[in-house]
Design a protein around this ligand. Structure first.
Ligand SMILES: [Zn+2]
Length: 426
């Protein structure tokens, strides 16, 4: 039986270390795209964990999307075996961050502290979570050096651009095989009292309408692909959106607005290309012969992806039936199945008990509106015993003045350490 108060003390004692580690990680600007400083952050993490007795591998996902000599896709996987065989608990964090964007009032890579907050790009998504998991593991090892089983910590590339050079690649190499890893926590910023069981599904597609180019002064000699697309958008507005609003899910998605099927039109383009920056001339008068939209459909565990695609075909066929000369193409871009880990899975039960102990409240079970690396662990790794759990507020992710709460990190680290104590007995 582990001594839990000793373990909690070990975390509290490491508060300054937790802050310093988070700051150090924020100060390595791992911007993606294009994928900067991946080797630097992996080497930094590897050196830290090696000093704690971990066996560290730095792995380049050669040939994956975005990988090049200029921007190699590096990943770090560290494993520390206990004194006897047993289960392996794996903490997986992505080390990449999205662009800073406009509107910052602090240095995005300065890791400035104000009160209980550390500011910076990636503070909550998800360098604070990575730091919390490292502190949890280090405290656990100090308090219970005679544990059975194994601890793994990974820092992986490219989650923000699909994870193909990160978790997907590692899963293909067998790093998430159920005989190697039995429990996975992804410390994404879902907040310290929430257990994220999975996410909705995704289908991205490009829809194109066709027309015929002509002089803009005689549009009747051509056929406008933009007008055809206008009819498609009107059909989506009038028929599809009401249908999607009716599809409610049993998944506990947060925010609640995402507890139904959704469709976003990510972009629209038709006719002449946008002028190059600095071009001062006028546009040319032409009837558009091509118009394209990119749709982003998020679907529910109750839905079937074939049906989701059929709805778009139905929209286009209804338009075709009443518009002479209407033709279209649909191109699949990306697809992810919805997933939801069982609430009785060992990692869920263990984390829920730890949340209750640390925060004196019952854990909330949630599902993410968007996907994250759990999809690869589930589909490629075939490992179902996986959740997202970590400090930070999801709505701050990708925003200017992103921050992470220091107390939230400490509390989450305590929860993670208790999970280790529960799943890796002495
Ligand atoms: Zn993230």
């Amino acid at each position: 039986m582990h001594n839990q108060s000793r373990l909690m003390d070990e975390i509290t004692r490491r508060r300054a270390d937790l802050v310093a580690l988070t700051q150090a990680l924020i100060r390595i600007p791992t911007l993606n795209p294009p994928g900067l400083n991946y080797h630097e952050i992996c080497a930094f993490m590897g050196a830290r964990l090696e000093a704690q007795g971990f066996t560290v591998e730095l792995l380049r996902a050669k040939g994956t999307p975005g990988d090049s000599e200029a921007h190699p896709r590096w990943n770090m996987v560290a494993r520390r075996n206990g004194v006897a065989p047993g289960d392996c608990v794996h903490f997986n964090s992505h080390h990449d961050v999205v662009e800073t964007g406009h509107g910052w009032t602090r240095d995005p890579f300065g890791a400035q502290i104000e009160g209980d907050r550390i500011y910076g790009r990636g503070a909550c998504d998800m360098k604070g979570g990575l730091a919390a998991s490292v502190i949890a593991a280090e405290a656990f090892i100090a308090a219970h050096p005679d544990y059975h089983g194994a601890i793994e910590i990974s820092a992986t590339a490219d989650e923000e651009t699909g994870g193909f050079g990160g978790v997907a690649w590692l899963a293909e190499q067998g790093y998430f095989n159920p005989d190697r890893v039995q429990h996975v926590i992804i410390p994404e910023p879902l907040h310290k009292d929430r257990i994220c069981l999975g996410h909705r599904g995704v289908w991205w597609a490009e829809v194109e309408t066709h027309g015929r180019i002509a002089h803009g002064s005689m549009p009747f000699l051509g056929d406008s692909a933009i007008r055809h697309m206008g009819a498609v958008l009107a059909e989506i507005e009038e028929r599809l959106y009401p249908l999607l609003a009716e599809k409610q899910t049993e998944m506990p998605v947060v925010p609640e607005g995402a507890r139904q099927s959704t469709l976003n039109i990510n972009s629209i383009h038709g006719g002449e290309a946008e002028p190059e920056p600095g071009y001062t001339g006028l546009p040319a008068p032409c009837v558009a012969d091509r118009c394209r939209i990119i749709i982003d459909r998020r679907f529910l565990i109750e839905e079937d992806v074939a049906q989701v695609k059929q709805e778009i075909t139905d929209v286009l066929e209804r338009v075709k039936a009443r518009r002479p000369g209407f033709s279209y193409e649909v191109r699949d871009l990306f697809e992810v199945q919805p997933i939801m880990t069982d609430q009785n899975a060992p990692i869920v039960r263990s984390t829920a008990a730890a949340i209750e102990r640390v925060l004196a409240k019952v854990a909330n079970y949630v599902v993410s509106p968007g996907t994250y690396d759990q999809k690869h662990i589930d589909r490629i790794g075939r490992l179902k015993n996986c959740i997202a759990y970590g400090p930070g507020l999801l709505h701050l992710a990708h925003q200017p003045d992103e921050w992470i709460g220091i107390q939230d990190m400490e509390d989450s680290a305590k929860v993670m350490a208790l999970v280790l104590a529960d799943l890796l007995p002495t």
